[in-house]
Design a protein. Structure first.
Ligand code: FAD
Ligand code: NAI
Length: 475
């Protein structure tokens, strides 16, 4: 007889493993199936995020930033560091260790929460009375039954039509995170989040980086003023970004890649590079899921169709994370996972899509929550704006990192915070205060009246809130 579970989770990325933990906390018998393999063929739960996404990219961003500081900023502090060298193999080894620590941490959490983990692929076999039969294929093959199933199968990198990833010259995020040496010339297509983060890593290590972007605007989803400030900083660093291009034929030869494209002026160009990273977005992953076996509805992009509560068209089957609509972010996947587990338990799980923070971990970092100035204009909302530059912040000066600003957007009548946008040092950490404030429907005045430690970067947040009422104290 098949093993029976209250909840079967397919996929062990941030959406899946967190849903499994929350369901177990709520007293359910839970199984989680994940097929990711480490180099030795063993289990590597954590999904894209842990294996080829958030965690390894941040490890490389950190290593490359240290290298950049040693080369370019130590001297400002009176530290001389001559002949600074980067051992790429060691850097990649460290990154792999960080990844493994996270994989092992999740396996430990499964044990701690008495979640049965299956290493293999989960495929719907059929709907049966009171649940769903899911076939697990991997080292061991078996069928399990879940009264409820949560799908969290994530996403894969989108390839350019006719240009498959070979992970030698034409790289997805996977290959981008394990180049064995620094390419002399690196091309990227797509100046979104991955393009900027990966472009930054390899530029800091010495590659000549060119990013080709199809849209005429830089970071269109980001507040225009913030995007402009970030672009200025990237230009200064030598990160070459060409906007409004149309990519044509890509030839993949023995020595590298040649990319034909038309620039914004309509002129035909060719870019030769040793490696090409294609970072043009991601596609939801339902490969091998057996969606058809239970009549699961997918949309034209291949995403699983869900309602606001992550319910699919099949009662008892839920889906969360990158495989459904909404931003492809690890913390969004986690929030949905928690909310679904709570809904299964009859509770009122909730995800506030208006307060999901975004962070781009470049230097300067870019982080935001809520609406941008251009969105408020388009929505016809009357607003007040307040900005404060890090140049006027004592801690930023002491750190030697004064690029950027904090920007508040508040309702013109009620003063409620509608959006907070940051470009600058530690924006990823600073944005949390804004998220909390927006969750509690705080006004800009609320933040302006809260005591912030001195000297700290968070004083720039307080000052930007004060700026909404045109009464900054230090600028
Ligand atoms: P995934 O993490 O993709 O996990 C899905 C899991 O399901 C995988 O392990 C997969 O093997 C498994 N699976 C799929 N099908 C089956 C099946 N049939 N049976 C069994 N297992 C299956 N987001 C952030 O918030 N912050 C960041 O800094 C960040 N950095 C990123 C950097 C890069 C380079 C990339 C590519 C992404 C980054 N993201 C980041 C996005 C983030 O990784 C995703 O939003 C997140 O991983 C989505 O979680 P998920 O659980 O939905 O899916
Ligand atoms: P993206 O959506 O962020 O950026 C893709 C870029 O490619 C866009 O600017 C788009 O206009 C451009 N583009 C698309 N097709 C093109 C073409 N044919 N030619 C030229 N340009 C083209 O996608 P990306 O960078 O691949 O990342 C995927 C997702 O992964 C992100 O949207 C994000 O959800 C997640 N991610 C999150 C990170 C974070 O939170 N720090 C880090 C990395 C990824």
């Amino acid at each position: 007889m098949s093993k029976q579970f209250d909840v079967v989770v397919i996929g062990g990325g941030p959406g899946g493993y967190i849903a499994a933990i929350r369901a177990a906390q709520l007293g359910f018998q839970v199984a989680c199936i994940d097929e990711w393999k480490n180099a030795e063929g063993g289990p590597a739960p954590g999904g894209t995020c842990t294996n080829v996404g958030c965690i390894p990219s941040k490890a490389l961003l950190q290593s490359s930033e240290h290298f950049d500081h040693a080369n370019h900023h130590f001297a400002d502090h009176g530290i001389s560091a001559k002949d600074v060298k980067m051992d790429v193999a060691k850097m990649l080894g460290r990154k792999d260790t960080v990844v493994k620590q996270n994989n092992d941490g999740i396996l430990y959490l499964f044990k701690k929460n008495k979640i049965t983990f299956f290493h293999g692929r989960g495929t719907f076999a059929n709907a049966i009375d009171g649940g769903f039969e899911v076939k697990v294929t991997g080292k061991a093959e078996e069928s399990i039954v879940g009264k409820q199933v949560i799908i969290a199968t994530g996403s894969n990198a989108r390839a350019l039509p006719g240009t498959p990833f070979d992970e030698v010259h034409i790289l997805s995020n996977d290959g981008a995170l394990r180049m064995g040496s620094v390419p002399k010339k690196l091309a990227l297509i797509g100046s979104g989040v991955i393009g900027l983060e990966m472009g930054s890593v390899w530029r800091r290590l010495g590659a000549e980086v060119t990013i080709l972007e199809g849209l005429p605007t830089f970071l269109g989803a980001v507040d225009e003023q913030i995007a402009k400030e970030a672009k200025k900083a990237f230009d200064k660093q030598g990160l070459k970004i060409e906007l409004g291009v149309k990519v044509g034929e890509i030839s993949n030869g023995k020595k590298g890649v040649s990319i034909a494209y038309t620039n914004a002026k309509g002129e035909a160009q060719t870019l030769d590079a040793d490696k090409l990273i294609v970072s043009i977005g991601r596609v939801p992953n339902t490969i091998g899921l057996g969606a058809e076996a239970i009549g699961l509805q997918l949309d034209e992009r291949g995403a699983i169709v869900v309602d606001g509560d992550c319910k699919t068209n099949v009662p008892g089957v839920w889906a969360v994370g990158d495989v459904v609509r909404g931003p492809m972010l690890a913390h969004k996947a986690e929030e949905e996972g928690v909310a679904v587990a709570e809904r299964i338990a009859g509770q009122h799980g909730h995800v506030n899509f208006n307060t999901i923070p975004w962070v781009i971990y470049t230097s300067p970092e870019i982080a935001w929550v809520g609406r941008t100035e251009q969105q408020l204009k388009a929505d016809g909302v009357a607003y007040k704006a307040g900005t404060f530059p890090f140049l006027a912040n004592g801690r930023a000066r002491a750190l030697g990192d004064t690029t950027g600003m904090v920007k508040f957007l508040a309702d013109a009548t009620t003063d409620e915070i509608l959006g907070v946008h940051i470009v600058g040092p530690m924006a990823s950490e600073l944005i949390s205060e804004a998220v909390v404030a927006m969750e509690f429907k705080a006004s800009a005045e609320d933040i302006a009246r809260i005591c912030h430690a001195h000297p700290s970067l968070s004083e720039a947040t307080k000052e930007a809130a004060l700026a909404v009422d045109k009464r900054t104290l230090n600028f």
